[in-house]
Design a protein around this ligand. Structure first.
Ligand code: BGC
Length: 777
């Protein structure tokens, strides 16, 4: 009845080159074998030519040179606890390193590359890596914001540009996408991922990989992706970064692994292991993750890099007595390259000579690294053009950054239609510490983004209102994390003498991202008091929240007529926001993560289990007033629902959805399980029921009942962005196949089960009501 996780590797670059390994894995995973051998494809031929080059090189390498290919060092601004040294040129010249990170600029990468390919014995080119996370020079919104677009095609385009900008400076490796599912908003790294949903996360993971790697890694504009941090890192205990994770194999595979698997299927050339321990074993020495699942099940043929000093940290975890033992454990478990622990380089040869590590293990890791270098064309073209014109944020680049920002900014509230603002005639007070804060618009991991290229909200408003000197009053009011109220007065005066207030509040860049977990998630410092003071003027307040995570906006809400979640929107922050505020572009973004009412609700996510005593999705009173309200899974002192659920977001126009119609009343489990098997077609009609043009994210959710294991109350199974003119309607079709319909049984095997019922909902958000159901026979 059940079948193992199916393997289908597609996409460009390395995946194609390694198609023969993928085919073998497919056969192992139960795909049909045919007796007659098919003729080798072009991809297979390319793969064998590449493998021959790898073997030829490997045969010439000393043990030290092999270890060197597995050792990566950071040169330049460190992105973790300092471990610096000063002999990088010697390391490169002697073949003691194969990869550097944090080197920027064409001249610098070329300088090191020249040493590698002209002065080292084997002339193996260096691979330069960098945290290209949401842009290289042209900074897009943070990944959580980009996920809110529900627009993988645009994300792909944005990341294509990011990769090309990095590649132009010799950086052919992006440490991205971060695909860690995050359900605890205390964790600062929620900013770097695509939110709480595995289906959306998988779609985004694919988009990033396609963008970075293009049709072929060998294109000079392509960079190798590094999907990270494998795996379960987002579930860190208490939201404390780097902390322990303990979870069932079912949760791991159902919730946390799908985006990783999607990235691998899409051909991600590399993968980064994580810092934490998963079920007692540090992820950087986790044979089950790194070998059983990644290599054997998924057929991954790229290489694995550790996270920053994560190999050395195995000693802190307590599973290695010293550095050499840590190196041995990590490499043996499947970590091919050591980032910044400075261990593989010196220790691997010693371990082999002492008979503690087999040289074949080392050889295999070296092969994986060399394959990626060959696939990137580094041997043919190690240098980049230093005379290329310096970076300019051209109108084309800005346009992409602006569109990405426009599609990422979510309208949470719009009471009485305060938005859009009328074209003219309104006096606006712009208040808040984030109205004119370029660095905070760039956001976490902004790579080489330059604050001087940022258009802040203040700059965009000044530009827009330049013909009317009286139209804009600006006052900062307070700082992000301050108790000083001396700026309130000026802000209140500005508000009182205007028609509408725009309050730009939230977190600064340093408050989310790595090592930036927080125990408070409401508006920081005295910003809520400032907001209350502004509201007390009686003028409608449009609250714009800049943050790297969902904040608890419960106390802020009563003071705002409209709430706009802007994340950290990147280079074109101001233009994107003003276009949206004036209604020249519709708000089309939807939340990729739930917004809690208060921190005590965390972890909070829409795709939870029902429990035996569910609190349900409608608001219960608190404290409870009846036993029916009391004896359910809830808190006494808080509502049961989030403030804003996953998938929520308003447009400038309402949309209605017809109840979904199904291609069949039932499916046959046996037929669904077959390769390319039976699917359910779901149709619905969506209509723009308002008077202006708008864009909606049509979302399809499902729930599986009667299965051998409990399944989430709802889970996203499809989405489409649809732009509609007023009154226009369109029929949409979703296809549910094995991937969407299957789930894990108690032994973590994926399949579908007869006798189950599938409930479906379509609409604009995870609370959608139009409904249909079918059975699995
Ligand atoms: C982070 C990674 C990052 C690496 C290199 C680490 O501290 O966890 O996400 O890619 O540094 O900068």
């Amino acid at each position: 009845m059940r079948r193992g996780i199916r393997l289908t590797i597609k996409g460009g670059g390395l995946a194609l080159l390694l198609a023969s390994q993928a085919a073998q894995a497919q056969a192992r995973n139960g795909a049909k074998r045919t007796s007659a051998r098919p003729a080798p494809s072009n991809a297979q031929l390319a793969a064998s030519a590449l493998n021959r080059r790898v073997e030829a090189l490997l045969n010439q390498m000393t043990l030290e040179e092999k270890a060197g290919q597995l050792a990566q060092y950071s040169v330049g601004t460190p992105t973790g606890p300092g471990t610096g040294r000063s002999d990088y040129e010697t390391l490169v010249r002697t073949g003691a390193t194969g990869s550097l990170l944090n080197v920027v600029g064409a001249q610098e990468t070329n300088r090191y590359q020249r040493i590698a390919v002209e002065q080292s014995r084997l002339k193996i080119p260096l691979l330069f890596g960098f945290d290209v996370i949401h842009g290289y020079r042209t900074t897009m919104p943070i990944p959580l914001g980009m996920a809110a677009s529900f627009d993988p095609a645009l994300v792909e385009q944005a990341m294509r540009m990011a990769g090309a900008e990095a590649a132009a400076e010799g950086i052919r490796w992006a440490f991205s996408p971060m695909v860690d599912i995050a359900r605890d908003v205390r964790w600062g790294r929620v900013a770097e991922g695509s939110g709480e949903d595995p289906f959306l996360g998988a779609a985004m993971a694919r988009a990033y990989v396609r963008g970075y790697q293009g049709a072929s890694l060998a294109e000079p504009t392509s960079v190798a992706a590094s999907v990270k941090h494998f795996a379960g890192y987002g579930a860190a205990e208490g939201g404390r970064d780097y902390n322990t994770v303990d979870m069932s194999e079912v949760s791991l595979r159902q919730v946390y692994l799908p985006p990783f698997q999607a990235a691998i299927e899409e051909g991600s050339a590399t993968l980064m292991s994580a810092f934490h321990s998963l079920n007692g074993v540090p992820a950087t020495a986790h044979p089950h993750l790194l070998t059983d699942i990644l290599r054997k099940e998924w057929g991954f043929n790229g290489f694995v890099v550790s996270d920053w000093t994560a190999v050395a940290e195995l000693v802190n975890h307590g599973i290695a007595l010293d550095g050499p033992a840590a190196a041995n454990k990590a490499l043996s478990a499947g970590v091919d390259m050591d980032m910044e622990s400075h261990l593989y380089g010196p220790e691997v040869p010693r371990l082999v000579r002492a008979g503690k590590l087999r040289e074949t293990v080392v050889d295999e890791a070296v092969r994986r690294v060399l394959r990626v270098k060959f696939a990137l064309g580094l041997f043919e073209k190690p240098f980049v053009d230093e005379t290329a014109a310096a970076y300019v944020a051209t109108p084309e680049k800005r346009e992409l950054a602006r569109r990405m920002a426009e599609e990422s900014i979510v309208l949470l509230e719009n009471e009485g239609g305060v938005l859009p603002l009328p074209p003219s005639g309104r006096k606006i007070a712009l208040v808040g510490p984030l109205a004119d804060a370029p660095v905070d618009m760039l956001g976490v991991w902004s790579a080489m983004g330059d604050p001087r290229d940022v258009v802040t909200l203040r700059a965009a408003l000044e530009q827009r209102l330049k013909d009317d000197k009286e139209a804009l009053r600006y006052a900062k009011g307070t700082d992000v994390l301050s108790e000083d109220t001396s700026g309130f007065q000026e802000a209140v005066v500005a508000a009182a003498s205007s028609d509408v207030v725009i309050a730009a509040l939230g977190e600064d860049t340093s408050m989310s991202g790595e090592a930036s977990s927080r125990t408070r998630i409401d508006l920081p410092g005295n910003q809520r008091q400032l907001l209350a003071a502004l509201a007390a003027t009686g003028k409608p307040v449009i609250l714009i929240v800049f943050s790297g995570r969902p904040l608890a906006l419960t106390d802020a809400r009563p003071h705002a007529a409209a709430i706009v979640q802007a994340w950290q929107p990147g280079l074109e922050a101001g233009h994107a926001l003003t276009n949206l505020l004036w209604g020249e572009v519709d708000f089309s973004a939807r939340l990729p993560i739930s917004f809690p009412r208060s921190l005590g609700q965390v972890p909070l996510y829409y795709n939870h289990f029902n429990t035996g005593r569910p609190a349900g999705q409608t608001d219960l009173t608190h404290p409870p007033t009846s036993s029916a309200e009391k004896y359910v899974s809830r808190y006494l002192d808080e509502r049961n629902t989030p403030l804003y659920p996953f998938g929520h977001g308003l447009s400038y126009t309402p949309f209605d959805f017809s109840p979904p119609t199904l291609g069949a009343a039932s499916l046959q489990a046996r037929a669904v399980q077959k390769q390319g098997g039976e699917v359910m077609r779901v149709k619905t009609r969506v209509r723009n029921a308002g008077r202006v043009q708008g864009t909606v994210v049509a979302q399809l959710y499902l729930r599986i009942l009667g299965a051998s294991t409990a399944q989430p109350v709802r889970q996203l199974a499809g989405f489409q962005r649809v732009a509609l003119a007023p009154g226009e309607s369109r029929e949409l079709e979703f296809t549910l196949g094995f991937k969407e319909l299957s789930f894990l049984d108690a032994s973590a095997l994926r399949g579908v089960e007869p006798g189950t019922r599938y409930e479906l909902w379509v609409g604009d958000g995870s609370r959608a009501t139009p409904h249909a159901s079918f059975t699995m026979e």
